[in-house]
Design a protein around this ligand. Structure first.
Ligand code: ADP
Ligand code: ADP
Length: 230
């Protein structure tokens, strides 16, 4: 589903990503862990070209890009392969929970108003927020806002969902509700990559874990291998 080869990114000569190579299979759940500043977020953002790599190639589904020859049109096209769940939710504050989802459905899936509304309500129900369709983000808890963010990410039927520290802004009890939701998605044959500091979650939910340090994936494998002591 995802193949990355020779990916590099420097910020002001600081190597944030150094020769990253990996493959992720369809339906696989991969958590990316490692110390702050090790390049986890940069790697995730490179996969949907929010960060433009300096060099390297990325293939997601049937789309392929080469950083050296990337055009604007390719970038827009490639972005549709993935959707992203952000640490700070990134919802439109002046739109309701439902509108946050219908907006993207109308824009990307070319649904009409009624279709978008029906699909949007369905997605909100899937994240347990059918009753909050008319609520504005400011009136929702952090956990609820993030669940809207996840419903929105699912709305576009992406090949891959990318989670960038989805629970880092949340209190412990809300963290649990969001982690449970992501765990439920993991059983559904969705391909997911998750940057997280939640080690218990990473161990329980991931098929594979990438451990990053200084812009490299220094270790990868099944949770049992990564978390074994000694
Ligand atoms: P992590 O997600 O593991 O905390 P990041 O990918 O956010 O790490 O950052 C990796 C390194 O790249 C850090 O040193 C960070 O300061 C730097 N970095 C990330 N984004 C930028 C940027 N837009 N401009 C300059 N430096 C950046
Ligand atoms: P997060 O923990 O959500 O990754 P960061 O504070 O690391 O948040 O980054 C927030 C934004 O700032 C990102 O767009 C990142 O690329 C950018 N950024 C991170 N480090 C630097 C840096 N050293 N210089 C400039 N921009 C940076």
């Amino acid at each position: 589903m995802i193949t990355v080869s020779g990916l590099n990114k420097t910020f002001n000569q600081f190597p944030a990503l150094s020769d990253i190579n990996f493959t992720v299979n369809k339906g696989e759940v991969v958590s990316i862990i490692g110390p702050s500043g090790s390049g986890k977020s940069t790697l995730l953002r490179s996969l949907n070209l929010l960060v433009r790599p300096d060099s390297g190639q990325i293939q997601i589904g049937d789309k392929h890009i080469n950083a050296d020859t990337l055009t604007r049109r390719q970038t827009a096209d490639f972005r549709r392969q993935t959707s992203m769940v952000f640490q700070h939710y990134n919802l439109f504050k002046n739109k309701t929970a439902l509108e946050n989802i219908t907006e993207i459905l109308r824009f990307t899936q070319k649904l009409n108003k009624a279709q978008a509304r029906e699909r949007g309500e369905e997605l909100l129900a899937q994240v347990g927020l059918a009753h909050k369709a008319a609520a504005y983000p400011g009136t929702l808890s952090g956990g609820q806002q993030q669940r809207v963010g996840i419903a929105r990410a699912m709305a576009v039927d992406p090949q891959v969902i990318l989670f960038d520290e989805p629970t880092s802004s949340l209190d412990p009890e809300m963290r649990r509700e969001v982690l449970n939701l992501i765990e439920g998605l993991a059983g559904r044959d969705l391909t997911m990559m998750i940057v997280t500091h939640e080690m218990g979650f990473a161990r329980d939910v991931s098929d594979r874990i990438f451990f990053m340090e200084h812009g490299h994936i220094i270790e990868q494998g099944e949770p049992a291998k990564i978390f074994q002591t000694g």
